[in-house]
Design a protein around this ligand. Sequence first.
Ligand code: S1T
Ligand code: MG
Length: 544
Amino acid sequence: MTLAESLLIACKNYGAQEIFGIPGDFALPFFKVVEETEILPLYTLSHEPAVGFAADAASRLHCKPSIAAVTYGAGALNMVNPIAAAYAEKSPVIVISGGPGANEKTAGLMLHHQAKTLDSQLEVFKEITCDQVVLDDPIHAPAAIARVLANCVSQSRPVYIEIPRDTVNAPCEPVPVVNPELQVDREALDACVEEILKSLKGAQSPVLLAGVEIRRFGLEQDVSDLATSLGIPVATTFMGTGLLANTNAPMCGTYLGAAGDQKVTTLVENSDALIMLGVILTDTNFGVSVSKINTRKSILACDNRVSMSYHTYNDIPLRALVTELKNKGSHDRITVKVERVFPGNLPTDGQKITPTDIAASVNDLFREYGDMPIASDMGDCLFTALDMKHSGLIAPGYYATMGYGIPAGIGTQVATGRRPLVLVGDGAFQMTGWELLNCPRYGWNPIVLLFNNSSWGMLSAFQGESKFNDLIELNYANIADSLGGKGYRVATRAELKQALNQAISKRGQFQLIDIVLERTALSQTLTQFTTSVNAAKRSQSQGK
Ligand code: S1T
Ligand code: MG
């Protein structure tokens, strides 16, 4: 067996099911092994940011690693932003980069694609991955690969593997599969669970707040069962929008503080036992809290730790905690119901379209044809998604990078085999929308809703006086046809409704609906969000 074969088999054994990539001369030998062994399917895209975003999306949907394979220098460094996003949002992406061979490193010449030193790339990736290895020693490679992949899984974070082109075909032993699960301290776990259940017993208004880790570790059904057995309503964080969509959990909506549904905000912020499972404490999740979350009355389980009141239990994996809570906790509590009313029944008239109309049209579509997995870019499209029926959604809700939507739609279709709905603004579409040209080659057929307000609308909402936020007015529908898809340009609610009904019935190619919006047309949630953020900034500057 060669080193490349051993690496590919190991990645598959640790859960990887596909490779997204773009080769280069430092990676050609590795890509040759990928193509000829067919150990994992390879999907090549057009620009490395999309490779990283697609692998991020696939890893979220698998709840397992996915692979982003690139060449050294120009390729890998082109993918720094998506891997930083994956690190921030805890997506287990395996970065495999080609690299220079031993003899090249000692030839005394600066290499093409080299930045400062030959190790500069490794140093950059040390900042955005949880473990790294350069496979320049086939003897020790199996143990190192096992360590790195186990960390990718147990921490649900990206890892970096550099494979020099002169070791790709070196003989290599198979990689041992070590159990990535953290060893649990049973006494600590029992004490922790007992303390949580005791606090729940005395609570009048417990609430469970679901964060992204419950998906990363494949615990959505377990958490749904837990909430049901404990009789506790569930809210998601902004990052966690779309979580538990395919379960019967007693969902009450997304918590967005002052910017969100105030019934949900009141429930979460007034809770006397707020259990935050897999929640990352970020500004987008809590930055616009009306009243700071009472940390003395809340429990935070994240990063294999459980913090409550003034103390922390370490080495408590989320899976072990949820399982033990399910086994030991059951109450006949009546679940507080917070009914969400989603917009729908869009009038088919000549009115101009607003973001809320788009949400209504999607809810009508799902009601008529069934749910679709949603991949959203950053922009008002993501805030509008909060008004769409609670369905599986992936988005960079915390790291907040643009360019995610279209590649994440591709990653969604590869990972699930289901046709995705992609939400993207015109600014973000200008970044990675081009990747749609790869759809015909692989038979991908996303339905893309392009929020075309001819502006960086989110930025205008924060700083309306700046003219640089105005973008050109472009007809993106025309571009779709030349990329191998079908484009529709719609400006009224009747046209939107008609285009969606046509798009859903055409399965053989991607469908791009270019939705013309007024520059100032914002979703209600984004309006509330920017108002709250600006108010928070004013009060901070006044030292309140
Ligand atoms: N570059 C990248 C890669 N990601 C970003 N998030 C930004 C820049 C900053 C930024 C936003 S929102 C936004 C930018 C440029 C405008 C988005 O425009 P568009 O896609 O058209 O969506 P919409 O018009 O709905 O806003 C965030 C605040 O950082
Ligand atoms: Mg825009």
